[in-house]
Design a binder for this molecule. Structure first.
Ligand SMILES: Cc1cc2nc3c(=O)[nH]c(=O)nc-3n(C[C@H](O)[C@H](O)[C@H](O)COP(=O)(O)O)c2cc1C
Length: 278
């Protein structure tokens, strides 16, 4: 039996993220093993930059729930992520989870090509900020097939389900979770990764900050990124990065350790740290 994992990144019980995920998950036509995780109830600590997770099959050594979450994602046949926009970006816990993907090349062996739906809910028109591009990073790093990156306006808890069009779309996503192709990006989205924000470069060039494809703007601000010199999501590129540059950087660190220690020593006496008194 297929496994589907719903990942809710909101403390709000029966809020929009939770209900939209439940609506999608209850429409999957075949019998599946359905599981949900409320990420905010778990402990996800900051990455310690030990680089252990880049070794093949090495689990993260931090004493928290990351290994539980990533193992559940690896085991699942499909992932559905739901989160609210908080202060112009996706909920911070989602970034905490995304930051733990230095071992992505090891995890993507299990997740590559598997369907993923992202739902992000927000309250006010034009307060979505950079949420779309940031929400795409996690499944892109895991090389998943993104069935949709769906933005839903719903300020009040559960309001997203008052709109019949939202219910229809949630049901469509559930019905087509395993049948669907990658979603069709909008005319002003990056055709490679779906990001909707671009960096302006000299010589009238633009760059997608998420996949790094370069191009130009056509009339009416339509991005033309049809012939990029590079895209970090091209097949093999993420593996080159994580198994190449990242591994080499760890080796370089070992070779330069003593010289770096000498630099660090110069700042040891500047001990200005404070913490709250318990
Ligand atoms: C701390 C906080 C910050 C928020 N920041 C934004 C924001 O920047 N832009 C926006 O459109 N909505 C914002 N909202 C509204 C939520 O994104 C919206 O209500 C969402 O549907 C909540 O999802 P949930 O019910 O799954 O928690 C914020 C809500 C909270 C509680």
């Amino acid at each position: 039996m297929k496994k589907v994992l719903g990942l809710v990144i909101s403390e709000r019980k029966f809020g929009n993220s939770e209900l939209l995920l439940k609506e999608i998950m209850s429409q999957i036509p075949e019998q599946c093993n359905l599981e949900m995780i409320r990420l905010t109830e778990l402990s996800i600590k900051p990455c310690k930059a030990c680089y252990r997770c880049i070794e093949p099959e090495a689990e993260c050594r931090l004493d928290d729930d990351f290994n539980f979450v990533i193992n559940k994602i690896k085991e699942a046949d499909a992932l559905i992520i739901g989160m609210p926009v908080y202060v112009l970006g996706p909920h911070g816990y989602y970034k905490m989870l995304t930051d733990r993907l230095l071992g992505a090349a090891n995890y993507s062996r299990y997740t590559k090509g598997k369907p993923c739906v992202i739902v992000y809910t927000y309250g006010i028109q034009r307060w979505e900020g950079y949420s779309r591009m940031a929400a795409l990073v996690f499944p892109r790093m895991l090389e998943m097939k993104i069935i949709d990156c769906w933005q839903v306006r719903a300020p009040l808890p559960g309001e997203g389900l008052l709109n019949p069009q939202n219910i229809d779309h949630a049901q469509y996503l559930g019905l087509n979770l395993f049948a669907g192709q990658e979603y069709t990006k909008g005319p002003r989205d990056c055709p490679h990764c779906g990001s909707d924000l671009f960096r302006l470069l000299p010589n009238e060039e633009i760059e997608c900050p998420i996949c790094s494809a370069k191009g130009t703007l056509k009339p009416n601000n339509i991005p033309d990124l049809s012939k990029p010199d590079y895209c970090r999501f091209w097949p093999g590129e993420l593996e080159n990065h994580f198994k190449g540059w990242v591994v080499e950087t760890k080796q370089k660190f070992l070779a330069e350790k003593d010289r770096l220690k000498d630099v660090q020593k110069l700042y040891k006496d500047k001990d200005w740290w404070i913490k709250p008194q318990n």
